[in-house]
Each structure stands twice: as C-alpha cells, then as structure tokens.
Design a protein around this ligand. Sequence first.
Ligand SMILES: Nc1nc2c(ncn2[C@@H]2O[C@H](COP(=O)(O)OP(=O)(O)OP(=O)(O)O)[C@@H](O)[C@H]2O)c(=O)[nH]1
Ligand SMILES: [Mg+2]
Length: 364
Amino acid sequence: MEARTPEEKLQALQEFLSAVPKHKGTERLRMQVTRQMAALKKELEERKKKKVGGGEQFFVEKEGDVQLVILGFPGSGKTSLFRCLTGKEEPPGASRKPAPGILAWNGVYFQVVDTPPILSESSSGKLMALARNADALILTIDSTMDVYLQLDSLLKLLDDNRITVEKPKAIVEIEKRATGGVTIIGDLINATTQDVISLLREYNIYHAIVRIQGKATLDDIEEAIFGSYAYKPAVVMLTKVDLLDGNTLKSMAEKLMESTSLPVHLFTSTQCSSLRVEEIASYIFKELDLIKVYTRNPKTGEVEKRPIVIKRGAKVIDVARKIHSDLYKNFKYARIWSPRLVFSPQKVGRDFQLEDGDIIEIVA
Ligand SMILES: Nc1nc2c(ncn2[C@@H]2O[C@H](COP(=O)(O)OP(=O)(O)OP(=O)(O)O)[C@@H](O)[C@H]2O)c(=O)[nH]1
Ligand SMILES: [Mg+2]
C-alpha cells in the first residue's frame, strides 16, 4: 500500500507473492496478485514505449476538492464542455494534452480536466491512468454520431482498465495509520469486526481505518486491500444537441436514459447555460459520499465561506487533522453549530461525528 510508483508496486507484489504459501486456501489471493502484476507490467511497457517518442507531461496534479476528468472520442465536444464548465479558454482544434480548470460550486472547488481524445484501445493507457487517478468522470457522447456505440465502447474501455462507473454494493476504503488499531466505520455482512482485524493482520496491517459504504463482506475487504476495482461516479453528457431536431433528440435521450443507470445530461456549447451545474456537482458530491463542514474562527466569529470537504462519517478530530497538525495534536474540544442539534453551539469531543453543513470551531 505504501508503494507509489508502478516499479515499487511490482517489486512489493513480487516479494509478497513469494512469501505466500502455496495451497488451496491462498489460491484466490495468488491469482489476484498475479493479475495485478500483469497489469502493472503492461503499464510499465506502455510507458517505456511512450518515452521513446518523447513523453509529454500527462499526469495532472490534483488541486481543489474533487478532480473531474472529461473523457470522450475525438471531436465529441470535450473542450467545448470544459470551456463552459470552467470559463477557461482552451486553444481550438484537437486537444493534445490534458488541461485543468476550476469549477466552483457552493464553495467546493472541482478541478475539471479536459483531455485528448480516446483514439484506440491500445493507445489509451495514459488516459486510463488519468481516469483512475480522477475522483469522477464526465463522458461526452456526440449526439450526431452513434450514441450507444460511443457509450458502450467507453464503458468497456474503462472496465478493461478495472474502472467501474456502477456503484458497487459496497465501497471499502482502507486508510493505513501509524497507531490506533483497526477502526471500522460502516456495516459488515457475514463477518465480525474480529474477522476483519484478523484478515488485515494476514496482510501485516495492524492500524487502519476501514470505511464501508453499503454492506461489505470479507471478500469486499480483501479486494479493497488490493484496490482492484476503482469506482468513479460518472455522468453522461450528450453533446451538440442544438444540431438535432426536438423530436429526434427527445426520443434519443429517453432511450439512452433507459439503457444506462448513469445520469444523462443534454448539452450544447452554443449555450453554456444549458449546463445543469447544480445537478451534476451535487450528484458527484453525493456519490463520492462527501460532506461540507464550515470552520468558524474562534477569535472573530467569522465563518469561512469555503468549506472543508471530507468523507461522510468523519469526526471532529479528522477535521482538526485536515486543517493543521497542531490543531490535531493540541486538540481540546470543539463547538458545533447546526440546525440538527437541539441547541447550538454544542460543545463536543474529538469523536463527535459531523454532518453536511455543520459549522465547527476547534479549540486547541
Ligand atoms: N453545433 C455545435 N457544435 C459543437 C458543439 N460542441 C462542440 N462543437 C463543435 O465540434 C467540434 C469539436 O468540438 P471540441 O469541443 O473541440 O471537441 P473535443 O472533444 O474537445 O475534440 P478533440 O480534442 O479533438 O477530441 C468543434 O468544431 C466544435 O465547434 C455544440 O454543442 N454544438
Ligand atoms: Mg478537445
């Protein structure tokens, strides 16, 4: 889990695999490791190939609260959408490298990334790495071309790269910590906390926060240790809708919505106001299970306009940690303002669980 580069990951997996005893009980595990190693090797090979051609900077450093990557086939309207979302001008014509811009929503900063087009399955490695690193995706579908072919191809490509846009029954995140034992936030099925602790111990994980959305089995937790499938919430953007007549568009949109569980939006870049920013942003925010917490300055009583964006289930101490290590180390108590409380402010301890919209003042 600490390995950062593909090279380090490959080496760590190699070492791990040679340490796993070979018997029936470890079969699944060994297969999983072997599969992951194969994927890493492929990634490394592709990278080598690209280097020969003088690799351009492709990776986009995350900034803001949520990174939203636009993906689509050539000329499907990615850059036009990007311009409407961020107000930032990008040079017209075929995009050659990713470009970041900012979309602000309720004080939350979405970093929107325009990308070069998907040209073929074999050349899409870098784009898929970009998608894997993103928090969420927008898939542009050109309404003047075969929309099903585009959507199916995009979804297949993502799936081949172990990226899913369908919300899994359980989403498990394992955050390793230096101390504190194992904390489980969320629900298990057919397993106890002790089972999870034992499982993690098998992988030499002794301190961790295990966050579960939905209900997780032990298998789900084991998958999460390997990070095998990544869930990226996505919206489908049907573009260039000004080029279709009303009835054609209506029946196309209806059929497309029936064929996918993803939200489908209609968009024309001739009118940026056709973008339903509120719906898109709030959907992604909700799917990512994030909340907004507003900090209050104890000296001035002023409430920050820009919220702290944090995972649902976060406690007061998690917010303190996110703001500054000193606030975390010297934490005394916090005061919370919220209409959900019987009275505000309420004085609370480090383990008080926060909700969306809470105002918090930390005293250290
Ligand atoms: N009529 C109309 N034309 C559009 C719309 N969106 C994009 N176009 C045109 O379609 C062409 C491609 O649009 P882009 O936004 O550059 O598409 P892209 O996906 O970024 O293209 P690549 O970077 O080459 O993959 C341009 O000529 C745009 O002017 C739209 O909503 N309506
Ligand atoms: Mg473009």
